[in-house]
Design a protein around this ligand. Structure first.
Ligand SMILES: [Zn+2]
Length: 165
C-alpha cells in the first residue's frame, strides 16, 4: 500500500470507528450479535466511506453481514479504485470456519472469501474491534489491527487449497 492511503486511514481512524459503532445500532440479530462496519476506499481519486450493519432475524434465515453490505456499496460506487481499510465492531465470537478464537470479532469465512473474490489487496487494513454491551467508554473496546494477508493466514486451515493472495 502506498504511503498516502495509510496516512489517510490514520487521520480518519477515530471517525471510522465512530461510524462503525453508530451503524452497529441498526443491526438486527436474533442472537444479539450486533456488528457494524465502516470501509475507507478510494474512488475517482478521492477518499470515501461506506458503512453497514448485520441482520439475521431467525436461525437459518436470510443473513447479511455488516462487511458485505458496506463492501458491496463501496465497490459499486462510481469510479471505485481500491479499498483502503475495513473497520469492524462487534461482540466476540469464535470463527465458525476455522474454529479460531481471536481477541476481537473477525470477518466471517464468507466475508473473507468475498474480500478475495473482489481482489482486495493483501495490505488492506483490517481493524477489528471488540465491543461488549453498549458502547460506553473507549476503554471498553479492544482493538486489533492487521492486514488482509495476516487475517487470511490466521484462519487458513491445512485443508484449504484456494485463497492465495
Ligand atoms: Zn461475514
Amino acid at each position: 500500500m502506498t504511503g498516502p492511503d495509510r496516512t489517510e486511514f490514520y487521520e480518519r481512524r477515530a471517525t471510522l470507528v465512530r461510524q462503525a459503532v453508530e451503524k452497529r445500532k441498526e443491526a438486527e440479530n436474533y442472537r444479539e450479535m450486533f456488528v457494524g462496519c465502516a470501509i475507507l476506499y478510494r474512488a475517482l481519486g478521492e477518499y470515501r466511506t461506506k458503512d453497514g450493519a448485520n441482520w439475521m432475524l431467525k436461525k437459518g434465515g436470510c443473513k447479511m453481514c455488516a462487511e458485505k453490505e458496506a463492501l458491496l456499496d463501496a465497490i459499486t460506487d462510481d469510479g471505485f479504485e481500491e479499498v483502503i481499510a475495513i473497520v469492524v465492531v462487534g461482540n466476540l465470537q469464535a470463527d465458525d470456519h476455522s474454529g479460531r478464537k481471536p481477541p476481537t470479532l473477525h470477518p466471517c469465512k464468507l466475508c473473507r472469501d468475498m474480500f478475495q473474490f473482489f481482489r482486495l489487496g493483501p495490505s488492506t487494513i483490517i481493524l477489528t474491534i471488540r465491543i461488549e454491551g453498549e458502547f460506553l467508554r473507549a476503554e471498553d473496546l479492544i482493538y486489533q489491527e492487521q492486514n488482509l494477508l495476516a487475517l487470511l493466514e490466521y484462519h487458513r486451515l491445512d485443508t484449504d487449497t484456494n485463497g492465495s493472495l
